[in-house]
Design a protein around this ligand. Structure first.
Ligand code: IPE
Ligand code: IPE
Ligand code: MG
Length: 239
């Protein structure tokens, strides 16, 4: 492989196809989710080795509650285990972990595990790894708008003072730059309520590979494709 150029600073991933991957093997969907969680663990280290600084993965959407109860509960169990083992691994790999999404609807023990993971890894300086859990962009934007509206209601600002920056600062993602590259696996080409505001100028990459099979070689392909694109941000000049 030729030397990589223009490595994306922030890569966001819609990990998709766990269910189909398992079905193809004659296995239950939850087996696919388990293997999917392993793929997340591995891709973290690969992303860091490639030189990516921010990695943001979509683990559970606000719409995913509409899946059968047994699947939702299996996903929560996988999440619990993931959060538990993540602390040690993140400390070893210098990874700072964060979670975006409306966490108040998650069970109390998961909320506690999230806080513990975030606090323990807060000062790590390597990759910033964000997991989107009970995340939906429309929900996130609605919550941000409520916070800004509260300031207007309190008389702290006027409606005319509201800026794009103010909205962005009230999103769950306020601490991270916008994604440079968005990857979605398993042949789906839609955004499914993920980072709508943040992806205004993001490059998209779609692959037929199902998430549990996504590995460093696949990530390199995406990064390489990104490196060969020209980003213009509306103007005539490249960045
Ligand atoms: C992605 O795999 C994981 C989650 C959405 C939690 P899916 O569960 O969506 O797998 P498919 O799309 O049904 O194959
Ligand atoms: C998007 O995948 C959500 C996550 C990856 C967590 P879905 O599989 O739920 O999305 P749709 O329903 O196919 O759009
Ligand atoms: Mg899916």
């Amino acid at each position: 492989m030729e030397e990589l150029k223009n490595i994306p600073n922030h890569v966001a991933i819609i990990l998709d196809g766990n269910g189909r991957w398992a079905k193809e093997k004659g296995m239950p969907r939850n087996y696919g989710h388990m293997q999917g969680a392993k793929a997340v663990e591995d891709i973290l280290v690969d992303a860091r080795d490639i030189g990516i600084k921010y990695l943001t993965v979509y683990a559970f959407s606000t719409e995913n509650w509409s899946r059968p109860e047994a699947e939702v509960s299996a996903l929560m169990t996988i999440l619990r285990n993931y959060l538990k083992t993540s602390i040690k691994k993140s400390m070893k790999n210098n990874v700072r972990c964060r979670v975006i999404g409306e966490r108040s609807l998650l069970s109390a023990d998961i909320q506690k595990a999230i806080l513990e993971l975030e606090e323990t890894t807060a000062n790590n300086t390597g990759l910033t790894f964000t997991i989107a859990i009970n995340y939906g962009s429309r929900d996130e934007i609605t919550r941000a708008v409520r916070k800004v509206a509260q300031k207007v209601e309190n008389g702290e600002i006027k409606a005319a003072d509201i800026t794009e920056k103010m909205i962005a600062e009230n999103l769950d993602t306020a601490y991270m730059p916008d994604p440079d590259l968005m990857i979605r696996t398993c042949n789906e080409q839609r955004i499914s309520n993920y980072l709508l505001w943040q992806c205004a100028y993001t490059e998209f990459y779609f692959t037929p590979v199902a998430w549990p099979d996504f590995n460093k070689a696949e990530l390199l392909k995406a990064v390489e494709a990104y490196g060969n694109r020209t980003r213009k941000f509306g103007g005539l000049k490249t960045e």
